[in-house]
Write a protein that binds this ligand. Structure first.
Ligand code: NAG
Ligand code: NAG
Ligand code: NAG
Length: 161
């Protein structure tokens, strides 16, 4: 009887450690759209600071390359990146044992205006701020926001929540 409880406990503990051994990929500044030459820092944050995580990405030209391998500069558990258009792609953290974090799509715009939205996911009921940003001028220019082709709001400040 005692042995069974101990086994159950061990099983529970291993289950718990499995579920907590998860990394989260965070993007700073929190956005998934950038202009070229913007500075972006991606961090692999883990619940327990045990094993190393590697930041990897897929772009249209190369798959599964890691930070420092021709792009980005490793900085502790972060990766400092000056982004270019070819850096658009999907980014994730991966540990040696295989688990992977959430994935984040980053888009680097070639044009002069972007609609900045937060890194997904957001939950129903959350406040979400969308920002119209121009490359050259500071933001807060008046902007009109459209959804599926219909005007939903005009904002003098360039962002809407
Ligand atoms: C990245 O590319 C590899 C190789 O093509 C593919 O197996 C993997 O599923 C891709 N990962 C993501 C997150 O798209
Ligand atoms: C990464 O960026 C941070 C924040 O700007 C800076 O303090 C740090 O020196 C950078 N590290 C490297 C290795 O470039
Ligand atoms: C990233 O973008 C691709 C192509 O648009 C899409 O198929 C994929 O679901 C996106 N992944 C995430 C995590 O948003």
């Amino acid at each position: 009887m005692k042995e069974t409880s101990v086994l159950c406990l061990l099983f529970l503990i291993s289950l718990l450690s499995c579920t907590t051994n998860q990394a989260r990929l965070t993007v700073s500044p929190s956005s998934s759209q950038f202009f070229k030459r913007d500075f972006v820092s991606l961090s692999c944050e883990e619940d327990d600071s045990s094993d190393g995580w590697t930041l990897r990405r897929n772009t249209s030209t190369r798959q599964r390359t890691q930070c420092g391998d021709g792009w980005g500069e490793p900085a502790g558990s972060s990766c400092n990146i000056t982004v270019y258009q070819s850096y658009s792609g999907v980014y994730w953290c991966e540990s040696r044992e295989g688990p992977i974090s959430n994935m984040v799509n980053l888009t680097v715009a070639g044009g002069s205006v972007i609609l900045q939205s937060p890194v997904l996911p957001v939950m129903e009921g959350d406040d979400v701020t969308l920002r119209c940003k121009t490359k050259t001028t500071p933001s807060n220019l008046p902007a009109a926001f459209y959804k599926d082709g219909s005007l939903i709001r005009k904002q003098t400040t360039g962002h809407m929540t």
